[in-house]
Design a protein around this ligand. Structure first.
Ligand SMILES: Cc1cc2nc3c(=O)[nH]c(=O)nc-3n(C[C@H](O)[C@H](O)[C@H](O)COP(=O)(O)OP(=O)(O)OC[C@H]3O[C@@H](n4cnc5c(N)ncnc54)[C@H](O)[C@@H]3O)c2cc1C
Length: 586
């Protein structure tokens, strides 16, 4: 049995394993696949949505009007989509993570603002109730969310507390008779606020532990129409304009004790768990969105002729399509593999959802931008979908945890276990006579790490050289992790440039691993490499490129110009001027 499954202290997480130099290959195979029945019901849902979308959804009009027509929201609810990933027991469709995210992807590709409506409701708005609600809460709230009778919203961000959610100021004070909380505070940027019937709200509850006062983040289910709840004006946004985004103010709102979600102090954990699943939906929707906008550009590139040939014949245009196709293949592999982990249960997938979110959100923004470039002048016109696609795609790098925060999360979470092991070693070194075993174990482990690379055992031989590249990356990442920890100890928390490099390497290694797992599955299913040429081409382009990026990131931990970089940034921050004076200026 692999060490991390036998040992409860070693986390069953693929990406955390990478930081230890471990290849947890059993988490990659079998690549998730739908059974016949599940596939049939998914396709029925997708077909029904597509038919509805063709008739009813006019993305450009919704962007122009800054709202969804009532028929669109009613239709989505009628199709049962408001409850796709809500368990059947509470009136939902009970879709697995793969099915729900595939549906989410289709909605995102049709209209990104609608995906935000759908995601804010289901992936985050009422997800806390699904994951942590009591039976009574699920009966009272979730059943209505499943039918769309109630639209849900998620209230975490505040004017003074964005990435630093712990800094929130919203307070929930227990009433004297203990029957309810009195909620006061303001939340910002709340998607679905104008439509919402229920909010999951995060607030601090004052507590006393060992005589010390402490305010602890707690989750509450709040009736959006309760006295004291008021909404700000609709935010005018760059993109996803039809999505309703507002501030929400709570002024002496009475929240029954029965509507506290989980325990006092459990709120931060609930928010993180909820956002974990939200990020996967965002990745699925971004990936499908990237594909759709480039397919519009593809049709244009086939018919638009310049210099007597379709522009799609030119190498530079072909490069754009192929590079995006390969990244879309990898991104799909990443979110599907992660959704499979969610469905298998018992696997920590938090770093994988963060990796998928970062990769897919940057992919869709790049893809929309490239599609616009391929379209040329018309790409810049409001008559065509490209400019809206660029505007709509941009938000994905910001919400559900900015990509900077996701990178820090991946690196610092990944460093946790190696950090603890080195700390234990540090203790052993201070008491060598009693710790020869531990020190010997470390030295032999290190020597092994230096030369051995963890080899893939279940990858198809047609992908052997790509598997070898990833193996080397994993070994090199673990050695770099160790050097970083030796060099900086706990100060690594301040070393954001190294965190970014470690995270970038881990993201690429995870996606490359997911890609060869997907391609292996495709080759086996097709009955041999000669029948899966398109899949192999994708994997054989993505993996070496991702591996090269990972190698460069790891190398830069030791060889970089960080001091100079920080000096330039600090000088700019102090002077308020970004660069030195241009010779023409005074
Ligand atoms: C359209 C839209 C919809 C939204 N919907 C919701 C919703 O439904 N519910 C909800 O609760 N919130 C929602 N949000 C809020 C969103 O999640 C936050 O905007 C996001 O988390 C960033 O917080 P902030 O805007 O305060 O930026 P800040 O936290 O101020 O960050 C600004 C910049 O600094 C960077 N930064 C901050 N801290 C660090 C650090 N430690 N290291 C490196 N870089 C750092 C960030 O990455 C970012 O680039 C929405 C936002 C938008 C724009």
């Amino acid at each position: 049995m692999p060490a991390h499954l036998a040992d409860p202290d070693r986390n069953p997480s693929f990406t955390r394993g990478l930081f230890l130099g471990e290849l947890r290959e059993e988490l990659l195979h079998p690549f998730p696949e739908l059974g016949a029945e599940e596939s049939e019901s998914l396709n029925a849902v997708l077909d029904a949505f597509r038919a509805f979308a063709k008739e009813t959804i006019d993305s450009r009009q919704m962007d122009h009007d800054g709202r969804f027509p009532d028929a669109v929201r009613a239709g989505i609810a009628e199709l049962g989509l408001m409850g796709v990933n809500i368990p059947e027991a509470y009136g939902g469709f009970g879709g697995s993570a793969i099915v729900s995210n595939r549906v989410f992807g289709e909605i995102g590709a049709t209209d990104p603002a609608l995906a935000v409506y759908f995601g804010a409701h289901q992936s985050i708005g009422c997800k806390g109730i699904t994951l942590f609600g009591s039976e009574d809460q699920k009966q009272r709230w979730l059943t209505k969310c499943a039918t769309g009778e109630l639209v849900a919203g998620f209230c975490l961000t505040e004017p003074g507390s964005g990435s630093d959610a712990q800094a929130m100021r919203t307070m929930a004070i227990p009433s004297a008779d203990g029957s309810h909380y009195v909620l006061n505070g303001q939340k910002m940027w709340i998607s679905n606020a104008g439509y919402a019937g229920v909010f999951t709200v995060f607030a601090k509850v004052p507590t006393e532990v060992d005589g010390k006062k402490k305010d602890r983040v707690t989750a509450l289910i709040v009736d959006a129409h309760a006295p004291g709840v008021s909404l700000g004006k609709i935010e005018e946004k760059m993109g996803i304009k039809a999505s309703d985004t507002r501030s929400v103010t709570f002024e002496n709102v009475k929240v029954p004790m029965a509507d506290r979600l989980g325990e006092v102090g459990q709120g931060f954990k609930i928010a993180l768990e909820v956002l974990n699943s939200g990020r996967l939906g965002l990745a699925a929707a971004s990936t499908r969105g990237a594909q759709v906008v480039l397919e519009v550009a593809l049709a244009h590139a086939k018919q638009r002729e310049q210099f007597g040939r379709p522009i799609g014949d030119f190498g530079m245009i072909q490069h754009k399509f192929a590079a995006a196709a390969v990244d879309i293949y990898a991104s799909d592999a990443g979110w599907m593999l992660t959704a499979g982990m969610v469905d298998r249960g018992g696997i920590d997938f938090s770093l994988e959802t963060a990796a998928c979110k970062v990769f897919a959100s940057e992919l869709v923004f790049r893809a929309a931008n490239e599609a616009l470039q391929i379209a040329g002048g018309i790409g810049y016109s409001k008559e065509y979908p490209y400019e809206q696609a660029v505007r709509d795609a941009r938000i994905n790098l910001i919400f559900e945890g900015t990509n900077e925060i996701q990178r820090a999360l991946i690196a610092l979470s990944g460093l946790q276990q190696p950090g603890e092991e080195l700390k234990a070693l540090g203790k052993a070194i201070r008491d060598p006579l009693h710790s020869m075993g531990a020190i010997g174990h470390y030295i032999s482990g290190r020597a092994k790490k230096q030369f051995d690379r963890p080899d893939f055992e279940h990858v198809h031989p047609a992908l052997a050289s790509e598997a070898g590249m990833i193996s080397e990356n994993i070994r090199d990442l673990a050695l770099a992790v160790e050097r970083t920890l030796f060099r900086h100890g706990k100060d690594v928390i301040e070393r954001q440039l190294d965190q970014e490099r470690l995270a970038n390497a881990a993201i690429d290694i995870f996606l490359a691993s997911a890609t060869i797992a997907r391609a292996t599955w495709a080759v086996n299913k097709a009955g041999g490499p000669e029948h899966a040429v398109a899949d192999l081409d994708m994997a054989k382009l993505f993996v070496p490129a991702a591996s090269r990026r990972a190698r460069r990131a790891i190398r830069a931990i030791d060889r970089n110009q960080d001091e100079r970089l920080v000096a330039i940034a600090k000088r700019a921050m102090e002077s308020g001027k970004l660069t030195v004076t241009v010779p023409t200026d005074r």
